[in-house]
Ligand binder design. Structure first.
Ligand code: HEC
Length: 405
C-alpha cells in the first residue's frame, strides 16, 4: 500500500510540476516575444509601449502595451502569476519528497560528506533562501547599473553554488539544488518584485496618481533575467537523470557552460523577434559550449579517468590480461545490485525493481550490459551513493566487461 502511495504521489506531483512549468515558461517566452515585437502607434508614443497584431487559432489579436500603465484601470485584468507559484510549490514538494525524505538514496553521498538527513535538508533548503537574498541584493546594488557586470557576477555566483553543492551532496543532489536555486530566484522575482510593483502601479492608478515608471522598469529587468535562466534551469532538472552529467566531478563547469549556452539561445530569439537581425553566431557559441560539456562529462567519468591513467587501479584481472569471467560479473551484479534490482527486491521500501531494471538471471544481466557499463562502470551513478559498497576493482571489472570491445 505504502509503495502505491509513494509511486502515485511521485507521478502526480511530477505531472503537476511539469505542467505548471510549461505554462510558466510558455507565458515567459510569449511575453518576451510580444515585447520584442511591439511597434509604436499614434495613440502610444515611442518608448511608452506599442502594439502588435497576432494571428492564432482562427482569429486575429490586437495587443497593446502601456508603459507604465493606461490612463485608467480596466475593469477586467488578467494576472499571470500562478504558473510561477505552482511551479515552485510543486517543485519544493518534489525536492522534499524525493531528496529530503529519500535523502539516503538521493541526497547524501558519504564519500562526499557524511550528513544526517536533517542537516542535509537544512543545508539544501536554507541555501535556496540565502541564494535568493544574494541575488536580490545584487540586483538592488549599484552593480546592476552595468548589465554585463551583473550578469558576470550572477554567473560566478551560480557556478560557485553548483561547486558548493558538489562539496555537500551526491551528484544528483548537487544538480537538483542548483536548479532549485535558480528556480527560486525566478519565482522570487515574480512574487517579491514583479507582482508587488504591479500592485503599486494599480494603487497609484486607483488613487489618481501618476505611477512611477521605475516600477515597470524593475519588473521588466527581473522578467528578462528569468527569461535567460529558463533554458539552463530545464537542463538542470533533466540532468539529474543522466549519469554522465551528475557523476562528473566537473559538473559545476558543465553548469557554467549550460548557463552560457541557454542564455545565448534566448538572446538569439529576443533579437530575432525584435526584427533586428538573426544573430546565428549565438547558436554557434552555444553549440561549442555543449560540445565542451559533452567532452568534460566523458573525460571526467571514473572509467575514462582510468583509461587516461590519471588514477590507475591495480587490477589483477588486467595484469593477467584476461577479461573478467562471466560468473564473476554475475557475482558482482547480484552481490551489489540485485538487492534492489530484482523481481522481488530485498531493499526495504522497494516493492518493484527501480525502472524495471532486473538482474535476477545471467541473461537479464547480459541484456542490460551497456547500461550497467554506463551506470556502474564508466560512472559511479549506481549503486546510489554506493549503498552496497561496490569496490573500485569490481567497477573496473564491470567496465572491462561492458565497455571494452
Ligand atoms: C539501494 C538500491 C539500489 C542498488 C543497490 C542499485 N540500484 Fe540501480 N537504481 C536504484 C533506483 C532507486 C533507481 C531509479 C533512480 C531514478 O529514479 O532515477 C535505479 C536505477 C538504475 C538504472 C536505470 C537508470 C535510468 O534512469 O534509466 C540502472 C541501469 C541501474 N539502476 C543499475 C544498477 C546497477 C548496475 C547496480 C549495481 C552496481 C545498481 N543499479 C544498484 C536503486 C538501486
Amino acid at each position: 500500500m505504502e509503495s502505491v502511495v509513494v509511486e502515485w504521489v511521485s507521478l502526480i506531483t511530477r505531472w503537476t510540476h511539469i505542467t505548471a512549468g510549461i505554462a510558466w515558461i510558455g507565458s515567459s517566452f510569449y511575453f518576451m516575444h510580444l515585447d520584442a515585437a511591439l511597434r509604436g502607434i499614434p495613440e502610444i508614443p515611442a518608448g511608452k509601449g506599442g502594439e502588435a497584431w497576432e494571428v492564432h487559432g482562427g482569429g486575429f489579436y490586437q495587443v497593446r502595451k502601456y508603459l507604465v500603465a493606461p490612463d485608467r484601470l480596466p475593469d477586467h485584468l488578467i494576472w499571470h502569476k500562478w504558473q510561477a507559484y505552482s511551479t515552485w510549490l510543486s517543485g519544493i514538494f518534489l525536492l522534499g519528497w524525493i531528496y529530503y525524505l529519500g535523502a539516503e538514496l538521493y541526497l547524501i553521498d558519504p564519500s562526499v560528506r557524511v550528513l544526517t538527513p536533517l542537516t542535509a535538508a537544512g543545508i539544501g533548503f536554507g541555501s535556496l533562501l540565502v541564494g535568493w537574498l544574494v541575488y536580490d541584493g545584487l540586483v538592488r546594488s549599484k552593480l546592476a547599473k552595468h548589465e554585463m557586470a551583473l550578469a558576470a557576477v550572477g554567473f560566478v555566483f551560480i557556478v560557485f553554488m553548483a561547486w558548493f553543492y558538489q562539496q555537500m551532496f551526491s551528484g544528483r543532489g548537487a544538480l537538483i539544488h542548483t536548479g532549485a536555486l535558480i528556480g527560486t530566484m525566478m519565482v522570487g522575482n515574480v512574487f517579491l518584485n514583479i507582482m508587488p510593483n504591479q500592485r503599486k502601479v494599480i494603487a497609484d492608478l486607483v488613487a489618481g496618481r501618476l505611477p512611477n515608471p521605475a516600477y515597470g522598469k524593475q519588473a521588466k529587468t527581473r522578467s528578462t533575467h528569468n527569461n535567460y535562466l529558463t533554458l539552463p534551469v530545464l537542463f538542470l532538472m533533466l540532468s539529474s537523470h543522466f549519469a554522465l552529467v551528475f557523476t562528473s566531478p566537473y559538473a559545476f563547469v558543465i553548469v557554467g557552460l549550460v548557463l552560457v549556452a541557454g542564455a545565448l539561445v534566448r538572446v538569439f530569439y529576443n533579437i530575432r523577434h525584435a526584427g533586428k537581425s538573426d544573430p546565428w553566431w549565438t547558436w554557434g557559441v552555444a553549440g561549442l559550449c555543449i560540445a565542451a560539456a559533452i567532452a568534460i562529462s566523458a573525460l571526467s567519468a571514473p572509467a575514462a579517468r582510468e583509461a587516461l591513467s590519471l588514477d590507475a587501479l591495480p587490477d589483477p584481472i588486467e595484469v593477467a590480461g584476461l577479461p573478467p569471467a562471466p560468473e564473476e560479473i554475475v557475482g558482482i551484479v547480484q552481490g551489489r545490485c540485485a538487492m534492489c534490482h530484482a523481481a522481488t527486491p530485498a531493499w526495504p521500501g522497494l516493492t518493484v525493481a527501480p525502472k524495471d531494471v532486473r538482474f535476477d538471471t545471467a541473461e537479464e544481466i547480459e541484456r542490460w550490459k551497456p547500461v550497467i557499463g554506463l551506470y556502474a562502470g564508466r560512472t559511479n551513478a549506481m549503486p546510489p551513493n554506493n549503498v552496497s559498497e561496490i569496490t573500485p576493482e569490481e567497477r573496473h571489472a564491470l567496465a572491462q566487461w561492458a565497455l571494452l570491445p
